[in-house]
Design a protein around this ligand. Structure first.
Ligand SMILES: [Ca+2]
Ligand SMILES: [Ca+2]
Ligand SMILES: [Ca+2]
Ligand SMILES: [Ca+2]
Length: 667
């Protein structure tokens, strides 16, 4: 290779492959004010994207100012109104298009279903009120908004936005009021060896996308989510199958199934535009350099970088005004795992005020040393979010931290999350008798269990809880010391059950997940004696000798490998002030900013979703505990124990799941 060509190529790749040169938009002001422009009729990703906007509004991240529709279908506006009503916002104004192509739909009709004489999905548009013309609604909404305060998310045809730009004063309104335009359209990367892919949102109405590209003002950024992005992060069918049963009829699930049935992972095109626009600073995507998107007569979208080896004076002159307007989203394989996970959690979050039914797939006992590290508090918050979604039922919490405020803090967290009456048991004569760094926060939040001394004995509560449940139905997450569970194994029959501890566990416990021990080399160190073990070695040893059924270990290395991002602590808990989890985090961490390991959270995630592929599992074996607290894992074909593992992709997924579950607001 000639040196000059080599240098030119180097410059090319450095310029084009380094997202670092594009820091992208800064952290937006919350809530992000959104106009959602959608062709809800065709694919179902529009429905999922709208659902996600609602749950993010419930988190205080965005505010939906208006929804405008860019394809003709008389059921589209009533359908949007039904989704908005389902999510508690029947008042959001809805606009319908003029001179847009008609599109049949596979799912809009579901809103006409009735249960008895009542609409299954109530709405009033098309019944007692009429929608407004889209362009008028957009102009009215922009007029009322503050300077540069509105984000337009366009995930269908460009019909409405083109008409806006061609209307009187439209361009000036955009310049004055719009922060950026997020567009799901076009194709900017080679897809399955096709480098001239004609994307449907462009192809189905080329003139309007041309108008958008030609007339959208150069000073208002446009971010394109091309066809390949949504393809690379498809919405998983397993979420549709599992996450929406918190109500008998779910409009999103029903639309999805009507559109493509249960056997498809649908591309997440429209959802990626929403995700980017609401969290441009959270690293879900990288961005191309700035440049200019043009639309050819056949509907292909070309992207020309503003600055690069191909620049010729002629080009610079031609596109000077608008050549720094456009960027498109990029996503690595690891980012796509994270994006997918974020989308699942945002779409699956129940509406704020909905009374959900419990599908209670996992009945959970949480055994914790609440107070010794903040991951216990975050894990408990997660359990409450999972229960809010109907994914688990918290039967009892037992503490192995022998300080009276440990139980009080647990009750304060349970009360904050709307479950003040979850039974709490406290250890007697246990370990770590000092006051935990954040346990005292209990005093600042409502609760009625003031002290662990007023709580039942943890072991008695474990027996009572297990005895009251169906056989083989209880999951336990143990994220502290082995004190309570080893003592449980030594109990005799009592008023709750004639069975001794070992037999009771055999009969009632379905699975046990433990955060303790260390099973893989951590930073070259293969002799790590983990805190939950060494603080009460005799209990850990007795437990390992006697526990009668299969169990899974989340070793020290797992929580280390998927730390909780500081950014989430600072940004995602603002819906309540003060917030016990955020306060506990800040009271606990030794310095800031600080990403805390997620030890206890990973154990809960596996206990509630053992089949969702968040973790790998080791071969079977037996764990024994040495006198210094080291945990030895010996592979054995008929072994009882396995430990969790994680790939790079799983780390990204796990960390995202933990963030979204921990920070989800209570009902
Ligand atoms: Ca309405
Ligand atoms: Ca769409
Ligand atoms: Ca209580
Ligand atoms: Ca713990």
């Amino acid at each position: 290779m000639k040196p000059i060509l080599a240098i030119a190529l180097c410059v090319f790749f450095l310029t084009f492959n380094s997202p670092a040169q594009n820091p992208g938009p800064a952290k937006p002001e919350k809530p992000v004010k959104v106009i959602f422009d959608t062709d809800i009729t065709g694919d179902v990703d529009d429905v999922l994207a709208l659902a996600m906007l609602h749950t993010l509004a419930d988190r205080g991240v965005c505010e939906i100012l208006a929804v405008t529709i860019s394809k003709e279908n008389e059921l589209a506006a009533p359908f949007v109104d039904a989704v908005n009503t389902f999510y508690g916002r029947p008042d959001i104004p809805i606009g319908i298009p003029k001179d847009a192509p008609h599109r049949d739909s596979k799912y809009l009709h579901i809103i006409n279903q009735k249960d008895g004489d009542k609409l299954r999905y109530p709405h009033d548009i098309g019944i007692s009120t009429e929608p407004e013309p889209a362009v008028e609604l957009i102009k009215k909404t922009l007029s009322k908004a503050g300077e540069n305060s509105v984000t337009i998310i366009q995930v269908g045809l460009a019909t409405n936005i083109a008409q806006l730009l061609e209307s009187e004063g439209g361009i000036d309104l955009v310049k004055a009021k719009v922060d950026h335009l997020s567009v799901m359209a076009g194709a900017f990367q080679t897809i399955r060896d096709n480098n001239r892919y004609l994307e449907a949102n462009v192809k189905n109405h080329i003139p309007s996308m041309k108008t958008l590209s030609d007339k959208w003002p150069g000073e208002v950024p446009v971010i394109w989510s091309g066809f390949s992005i949504g393809i690379a992060a498809p919405f998983p069918r397993e979420s549709i199958a599992n996450d929406f049963d918190y109500i008998d009829h779910h409009i999103v699930k029903e639309a999805y199934l009507a559109y493509c049935g249960p056997d498809h992972d649908r591309p997440s095109w429209d959802l990626t535009s929403v995700l980017y626009s609401l969290f441009p600073h959270r690293g879900y995507f990288d961005l191309s350099p700035v440049g200019k998107v043009r639309v050819s007569d056949t509907g292909f979208t070309t992207f020309t970088p503003a600055k690069g080896p191909f620049d010729r004076p002629k080009n610079i002159e031609k596109f000077a005004a608008i050549r720094k307007r456009d960027r498109f989203l990029l996503m690595s394989p690891v980012q796509s795992e994270r994006v997918k996970e974020a989308l699942v959690h945002f779409v699956a979050q129940p509406p704020k005020d909905m009374k959900v039914k419990s599908a209670a797939k996992t009945k959970l006992i949480f055994d914790t040393d609440m107070g010794n590290d903040v991951d216990d508090a975050m894990a408990l918050a997660m359990i409450h979010s999972l229960e809010k979604r109907g994914a688990c039922e918290l039967l009892a919490v037992t503490s192995t931290k022998d300080h009276p405020k440990s139980a009080a803090f647990i009750d304060a967290v349970n009360t904050f999350y709307g479950r003040p009456d979850v039974p709490i048991g406290a250890v007697k004569d246990g370990t770590t008798k000092e006051l935990g760094k954040f346990n005292g926060l209990a005093d600042n939040y409502p609760h009625d269990l003031r002290s662990g001394e007023d709580a039942p004995d943890a072991v008695a509560l474990l027996r009572k809880t297990l005895a009251s449940q169906p056989d083989n139905s209880v999951s336990i997450a143990q994220v502290g010391f082995f004190t309570n569970l080893s003592r449980l194994l030594e109990t005799k029959g009592d008023e709750h059950s004639p069975l001794d501890g070992v037999e009771l566990v055999k009969k009632k416990v379905k699975q046990l997940v433990i955060m303790a021990g260390a099973f893989q080399t951590i930073r070259y160190y293969n002799d790590y004696s983990e805190y939950n073990v060494f603080k009460d070695v005799p209990s850990a040893q007795k437990f390992c000798e006697k526990w009668p059924s299969p169990l899974v270990w989340s070793g020290f290395e797992i929580g280390i490998a998927a730390p909780y991002p500081w950014q989430s602590v600072m940004e995602d808990f603002e819906y309540a002030k003060p917030h016990p989890i955020k306060e506990a985090y800040l009271d606990y961490v030794p310095f800031t900013p600080h990403d805390r390991p997620t030890w206890d959270l990973t154990a809960v995630l596996h206990a509630v979703y053992p089949d969702r592929g968040y973790f790998g599992l080791s071969v079977k074996g037996d764990v024994t505990v040495e006198d210094d607290g080291f945990t030895i894992f010996s592979p054995k074909i008929k072994g009882r124990d396995r430990f969790m593992t994680m790939t790079e992709e799983q780390k990204a997924r796990v960390s995202e799941a933990l963030v979204q579950l921990t920070s989800e607001p209570p009902r």
